[in-house]
Design a protein around this ligand. Structure first.
Ligand code: TRP
Length: 331
């Protein structure tokens, strides 16, 4: 039997997940779980890059997020689920890697530049923020990750991880290749936009949470933007510019043709279309919510999963660091 390739991915602990985190990210992790030897982790140190002050909320946000991971179907038997800050080796490998990349290379990272612009940080970015792709490289290479499912914005970071792996191997172990060069893997489904058509994000207040109760999903769906030219039922609509139609494509796959023709002819009004869309989302998340209720009743299960995941991750990390020390001559 051929060895399964290693997959690694992480998310910052943002608390309860929204549908945008689910479609395109979490669902993809779950789908790939059998094909790869997967590792999934909570990137809690990464939240310090943009918000170093609010650390107290991280443990609760971690629990809520991991509860959603489990409820959605990530299987901790197959894939260790762990917390970055509990595996101290990430910090050591980050330090070593930080000597193998130039600051000008870090400054050329388009995702970081964009983030700096959005947050108004151009002239006062922290040293750790500039270097966070190096920490990300350590996260990935610690587990010799070969495949990294991420959104498009993360591809520049994966490219840096490849460069760092290459450089490390070249300098310290030209004959035995300690690290693989990881590749980014985009999901087939693009991320779901928020209810106002922008990127779905808690800070923009345009989310539907995976754990929102049915009434809340219906209420939020009523606020979704539609084709601005379709004002009342009877007006012909343009599904391809309608956000609700984007949701239907994902959550009502069997009804898409009929919804399209109803919208275009005007027979289907937006109110009814949104009700149907809310119903589709509700039935899609129902099994996830059922499992979430169970986990909320037995919160020690989540604690146990993380405890065990941390142990498994630590064992792998210790082994990698032994190799690193050896090839560097730190014995
Ligand atoms: N930087 C990623 C994000 O902001 C999170 C992350 C940290 C990550 N380390 C990683 C993702 C390693 C994949 C692999 O979403």
């Amino acid at each position: 039997m051929t060895r399964k390739r290693r997959l690694l991915s992480g998310m910052r602990p943002t608390g309860k997940l929204h549908l945008g985190n689910y479609v395109g990210a979490l669902e993809n992790w779950i789908k790939l779980q059998d094909e790869f030897e997967s590792y999934h982790f909570v990137a809690d140190w990464h939240t310090l890059t943009t918000d170093a002050e609010h650390t107290r909320i991280i443990p609760e946000n971690t629990r809520e997020m991991v509860t959603d991971w489990l409820a959605a179907g990530l299987d901790p038997q197959k894939s260790p689920l762990f917390i970055q800050s509990q595996i101290k080796q990430h910090a050591e490998l980050h330090l070593i890697f930080s000597m193998l990349i130039t600051t000008s290379r870090l400054e050329r990272n388009p995702t970081l530049k964009e983030q700096a612009r959005d947050l108004g940080l151009e002239t006062r970015m922290s040293y750790g923020h500039l270097g966070y792709p190096v920490l990300q490289a350590a996260d990935i290479l610690m587990y010799k990750g070969e495949v990294v499912p991420v959104g498009e914005d993360q591809l520049p970071h994966i490219e840096m991880a490849r460069e760092i792996a290459r450089r490390f191997n070249h300098v310290y172990s030209p004959r035995q290749m300690v690290f693989p060069e990881p590749e980014g893997r985009l999901s087939q489904f693009p991320r779901l936009p928020g209810l106002d058509g922008n990127r779905m994000s808690k800070s923009l207040g345009n989310t539907i949470l995976l754990s929102d109760p049915p009434d809340e999903i219906r209420r939020k769906m009523r606020t979704a933007v539609t084709d601005p030219q379709k004002i009342r039922r009877g007006d012909p609509g343009r599904p391809d510019v309608c956000l609700v139609f984007t949701y239907h494509k994902r959550f009502t796959p069997d009804g898409v043709a009929e919804i399209r023709s109803g919208c275009e002819s005007g027979a289907l009004g937006c109110v009814e279309c949104k009700q149907r869309c809310a119903d589709s989302v509700i039935s899609h998340v129902a099994p996830v919510q059922e499992r979430r209720r169970h986990l909320e009743e037995y919160p020690e299960q989540v604690t146990e999963v993380l405890h065990e995941g941390n142990q498994r991750a630590r064992a792998v990390a210790a082994k990698t660091m032994d190799e690193v020390h050896e090839v560097m001559g730190f014995g």
